[in-house]
Design a protein around this ligand. Structure first.
Ligand SMILES: [Zn+2]
Length: 388
């Protein structure tokens, strides 16, 4: 992995390269990653740069034997640790090295756009808690006490270190306290709250910046040439800097379109009922059909639907309070929003938001979906009938 292929802000990558060139890379770094960021790619690119035989001003050479081994994640001085557990094939004493082939395949096939859920699916650990365990930390100690294979740097990457098993932490601490001069430890996590302070305090914090909508949109158009610039920009906005999420959205784009349609049908009816417009009964039936579809699509879908409602309400709030600069809407959504913005008053939005949050709470708590949505519908009508 070379820096040029890492989907992270260019100036930020150059800072890491500059530190490495000047020999000022910290021996233990904590990469604080945003969800869906290219953190593992960044860690490997840094390791590759440090081990490269002909490193340049901006990147590793990509050509030397060391770079070629890094490209396959098979460099003998690259040590990867990641959550693992007993599985059908490893029935006892699991450790990262026993799953290294599966992990390499997973990472390389997905171009380093990986996340813990994707990895747990590959592991098929039957709901067991996967962790970086004591055997992994013994392995680190062992490598730390032996000579590097190619007389260069040794790179240890601990991916999802928030899953470090607590009783294994002292061994890792010992290694971090007594590192060899040619060792670099890169700990990666999206959840610093779950990591022991004693470990964090021995590492240098490297905050990976959130990917901008523009960068994400550009990358999406490269990956999916069929996407129009507008579509790519819409998806980037929805994904909020998370590339993994963006990829899911591309495949779920159809779902989003349907969700928005269902939102529109229900809100047409809610606003018409509140205004006591004619033709209400037709719209009422259409709305009930849409809600029945939402209920039939299952609990995850119901949550997505309510989250869409909440986002649309927040957007109307922004539009009506002259904060359009903070708006995050897709082109599709904009035309729907324009229909309702003149009608829904600020105070009503607050009430409606509470109602949606309440429904979301009950859905999460396994309440009766059909009742929850029927109840929500009439309460929304009622909230719009109230004097402004
Ligand atoms: Zn090289």
């Amino acid at each position: 992995m070379q820096f040029k292929d890492v989907l992270v802000d260019a100036a930020f990558k150059q800072k890491l390269v500059d530190l490495a060139r000047e020999g000022r890379s910290a021996h233990a770094q904590f990469f604080l990653a945003q969800p869906g960021s290219h953190a593992l790619a960044l860690a490997v690119a840094l390791g590759q740069y440090l081990c490269c035989e002909n490193p340049g001003e901006h990147d590793s050479c990509g050509e030397c034997p060391s770079c070629k081994q890094f490209a396959k994640l098979s460099h003998p001085d690259l040590h990867l640790y990641f959550p693992n557990c007993t599985t059908k094939s490893v029935k006892k004493d699991p450790e990262s090295s026993l799953f290294i082939k599966e992990f390499r395949d997973y990472v390389l096939q997905n171009d380093f756009h990986v996340d813990i859920n994707g990895w747990l699916n590959i592991l098929e650990g039957e709901n067991k808690q996967a962790s970086i365990n004591s055997r992994d930390c013994s392995d680190i100690l062992h490598h730390n006490n032996t000579q590097s294979h190619q007389d260069g740097c040794k790179v240890y990457i601990l991916w999802c270190v928030d899953r470090l098993y607590h009783s294994a932490a002292p061994k890792l601490l010992k290694t971090l306290e007594e590192p060899e001069s040619n060792s670099v430890f890169i700990l990666i996590s999206e959840e610093p709250d779950k990591i022991l302070n004693t470990i964090l305090s021995r590492t240098q914090l490297v905050k990976i910046p959130r990917l901008t909508d523009a960068d994400l949109s550009e990358k999406l158009q490269q990956t999916y040439p069929d996407l129009s610039p507008d579509e790519a920009s819409d998806i980037a906005i929805l994904a909020d800097g998370n590339y993994n999420k963006a990829m899911h959205i591309v495949t779920d784009n159809e779902d989003q379109r349907v969700l928005l349609q269902q939102f529109e049908v229900v809100f047409d009816s809610v606003t018409a009922m509140a205004q006591r417009k004619p033709l209400v009964s037709v719209q009422y039936e259409q709305a009930q059909t849409a809600l029945a579809e939402v209920v039939a699509a299952g609990r995850e879908y119901q949550k997505q639907y309510l989250q869409l409602m909440l986002r649309m309400l927040r957007n109307i709030l922004m539009m009506n309070s002259n904060n359009s600069g903070l708006l995050k809407v897709t082109h599709q959504e904009q035309s729907v929003l324009d229909k309702y913005r003149g009608f829904i008053h600020l105070k009503q939005i607050s009430v409606m938001t509470d109602l949606c949050n309440e429904a979301l709470y009950h859905i999460t708590r396994n309440g009766n979906s059909s009742l929850i949505f029927t109840d929500l519908y009439f309460k929304l009508v009622n909230s719009l009938e109230q004097p402004r």
